[in-house]
Design a protein around this ligand. Structure first.
Ligand code: PGA
Length: 257
């Protein structure tokens, strides 16, 4: 039985005041039972890193975990502007989103760099959430499964299949991110099953235990039908994770799935 994970990716949003308000809202909702059986799922928020410590201090009094949206693959040294995993761990980071499509498309991250980051996270005791997903052109060309398979295989080759004893995968079709256009539950399930088959080819036990999240316009209205799919183990949520009620409703859908 895989424990569902709902992860909020706050992206480059918020300020000191709004971040506190969001955390206070989530925590009071959780305390008042807005998410039945909240202990049966993992809940994660990934704020902008400048607010990591502020968020982690609050989260420490709740079931909420804290993570970051990007990491450096390097340990320390002359990497101007980068943040090392050791620093992030120091400030309460236990998960890291790795290879988000915005990092890949806007900042040129390659499959190889993404694999390096996964390896660095695992070495630091941080759970990587490996994002994979095809563009609209790739989907229209019938290449979705091949693209996603290659993205997963690069990490298996670099880190070994044992990495997925810990690592989480998030399938996020690029055309569904921030567009309001969600993959249908069947479209998502097809890719999730294909990802699990890739893992299965390397190790059946690991494949059965790896959590595969769906991301791309997940909201309060569509979470339940997505999470009802056999191979969907929760969500990576962007826009809706900035709204207390929506995020709590998505958590409830995951706890009920
Ligand atoms: P979205 O973003 O939910 O706003 O589509 C998801 C993501 O980018 O992780």
């Amino acid at each position: 039985m895989r424990k569902s994970l709902v992860a909020g990716n706050w992206k480059m949003n918020g300020n000191k005041v709004s971040v506190d308000a969001l955390m206070d809202g989530l925590m009071s909702g959780l305390n008042s039972g807005a998410v039945p059986a909240s202990e049966s799922i993992d809940i994660l928020v990934c704020p902008s890193t400048v607010y990591l410590s502020q968020v982690a201090d609050k989260a420490a009094q709740s079931v909420i975990n804290t993570g970051v949206q990007n990491i450096s693959q390097f340990e320390s040294g002359a990497y101007t502007g980068e943040l090392s995993l050791a620093m992030l761990v120091d400030f309460g980071c236990c998960y890291a989103i790795v290879g988000h499509s915005e990092r890949r498309s806007l900042f040129g991250e390659t499959d190889a760099q993404v694999a390096d980051k996964c390896e660095a996270a695992l070495n630091a005791g941080v759970t990587p959430i490996l994002c994979v997903g095809e563009s609209l052109e790739q989907r229209d060309a019938g290449e979705a499964l091949a693209v996603v398979t290659e993205q997963v295989l690069t990490v298996i080759e670099r880190c070994g299949i044992a990495a997925f004893n810990t690592a989480v995968i998030a399938y996020e079709p690029v055309w569904a991110i921030g567009t309001g256009r969600t993959a249908s539950p069947e479209q998502a399930q097809e890719v999730h099953a294909a990802i699990r088959a890739v893992l299965h080819d390397a190790d059946a036990e690991v494949a059965a235990a790896t959590r595969i999240l769906y991301g791309g316009s997940v909201g309060a209205a569509n979470a339940a039908e997505l999470f009802a799919q056999r191979d969907i183990d929760g969500g990576l949520v962007g826009g809706a994770s900035l709204k207390v009620d929506d995020f709590l409703a998505i958590c409830s859908a995951a706890a009920a799935a």
